[in-house]
Design a binder for this molecule. Sequence first.
Ligand SMILES: *[C@@H]1O[C@H](CO)[C@@H](O)[C@H](O)[C@H]1NC(C)=O
Ligand SMILES: *[C@@H]1O[C@H](CO)[C@@H](O)[C@H](O)[C@H]1NC(C)=O
Ligand SMILES: *[C@@H]1O[C@H](CO)[C@@H](O)[C@H](O)[C@H]1NC(C)=O
Length: 326
Amino acid sequence: MRTLLAALLTLTLLAPALGTPTPPTPHRPASKRGLSWANAHWVPIAPFDAPSTPLTAQYNWAPAPSANTSYPFVPMLWGCDAAHVAAWDSVVAANFSGTRLTPDRAPLAFNEPELGVQANCSPKDAAAVWVKHFEPLKAWGYRLGTPAVTMGPEGKAWLLQWFAECAGACNPDFLAVHWYDMSFASLVSVLQGYYAAFDLPIWLTEYALTYFGPGSPPPLASVREVDEFMRASMAWLDAQDWVERYFWFGAMYDMQGVNPANSLLDPAGAPSRSGQLSPLGSVYLAPANSTRGTATAHAASAARRRRRRHTLANTAAICIVAWWYL
Ligand SMILES: *[C@@H]1O[C@H](CO)[C@@H](O)[C@H](O)[C@H]1NC(C)=O
Ligand SMILES: *[C@@H]1O[C@H](CO)[C@@H](O)[C@H](O)[C@H]1NC(C)=O
Ligand SMILES: *[C@@H]1O[C@H](CO)[C@@H](O)[C@H](O)[C@H]1NC(C)=O
């Protein structure tokens, strides 16, 4: 019995190594700053692709780029309806047409699925589409983002229901979320809340200082308030090892209901689409501080979390085996 017990203990200790597929290695970009590029509101890409740019990724809410940049592209399966899924499948079948993806090959899923005016997917439909058209990419070494929900309670509730509908068959590698509110304190508490609730590294795939909450909106933030918020938020996001990337909203003239003080472009350039940056745009495109230090810290803390989970699993397994045989 002793020998049997020893053999079983060895097996349970090996179990995590045998049973858990190795997760794809997260890519830690030199800068977490990205470009969200709305092709339907076209402006020249050149101001966002200068040789000194701190941007390290772009996405455009679509499966293929509408303009190529010197930094890589993040494809998105925007909706769970048949048309979006078919367009996605054809791009996947063509291996992204040679488009350069981020080193972690990271696609994004469903845009604000909980909103009727956005992707408008039920958690059940989104789970079914994910399992069939998104999850298989994992086996080919892609690193998958969750559906990109909005920061409100509906977003979190939707994501919890989605995970429930998936019943373990959806295994995203990072969480995508949008934040729009009026204070730095809200940004910190919302992102900390999502990280605590889902235990996944975070991509903030849209954010700006503007109000979309309930009730009557407060006065619009001034250009100066937006500037201060952007600086404070970037310093904080850069310092959190569990935040992998962030994308300011937005690099566009038509801000689609977001306070125009958040535009990275000078409105005077709108008629000719000159692409002249606003002072805010110059802040976003100023060289970023290196995040290499936090990358190491993140890798270490992720390894600690994995070890803790495995140790707990092993302890539980050992207790059960011991109870059974002794
Ligand atoms: C981007 O580059 C890829 C690969 O060269 C090419 O197939 C695609 O047409 C380009 N897209 C645009 C919008 O220029
Ligand atoms: C798809 O493209 C990637 C590079 O982006 C390449 O490494 C891989 O081999 C390609 N796969 C196929 C099946 O062509
Ligand atoms: C970069 O680091 C400098 C010096 O520590 C700091 O003053 C600045 O605010 C930082 N910039 C960002 C965007 O974090």
